[in-house]
Design a protein around this ligand. Structure first.
Ligand code: HEM
Length: 122
């Protein structure tokens, strides 16, 4: 289900379930961009904004376009540090694969029982 996987991922890029997330420094540290943080400092990263940054996603960043995730119809992973809807690194969402499974089941059920039309479709 490559296209459905791409459509769900594209939805989470533009409308992340966790739009902003926070972290706290366990110890004094220096971030990759040189910013110093002191133990106890809090910081947030904007998942919603990162999903819409043109320098990350290109000029069509605001467009819903599942095809951006596909090459010859096959889904291509992005770095989780770029597609950050599930966080990244050691604390990445443990339920990520399960969440995709659930969303696919819901989509399959809706498609089975309802016929969808675009609002402006004739
Ligand atoms: C679309 C659905 C979901 C999204 C967008 C999502 C997103 C996230 C994000 C952003 C975090 C990191 C939070 C942090 O910074 O501490 C996280 C952590 C986590 N998520 Fe999810 N999640 C989803 C569904 C699920 C589901 C269905 C489960 C369980 C079945 C789950 C289990 C967890 C767990 C256990 C963590 C903590 C991981 C850790 O701190 O080591 N998530 N999720």
């Amino acid at each position: 289900m490559h296209y459905l996987h791409a459509a769900i991922t594209e939805t989470l890029r533009l409308y992340p379930g966790v739009p902003v997330d926070g972290k706290m420094a366990d110890e004094d540290d220096v971030l990759p961009n040189g910013q110093r943080v002191i133990k106890g400092d809090g910081m947030n990263y904007m998942i919603y904004a990162m999903g819409r940054m043109k320098y990350l996603w290109g000029e069509d960043a605001e467009e819903f376009r599942p095809e951006r995730w596909l090459v010859n119809g096959v889904f291509q992973q992005e770095s989780p540090y770029k597609f950050i809807a599930f966080n990244a690194g050691p604390r990445i969402c443990l339920g990520k694969e399960f969440a995709y499974r659930q969303m696919k089941i819901v989509a399959a059920t809706l498609i089975q029982f309802f016929r969808f039309r675009l609002e402006d479709e004739r």
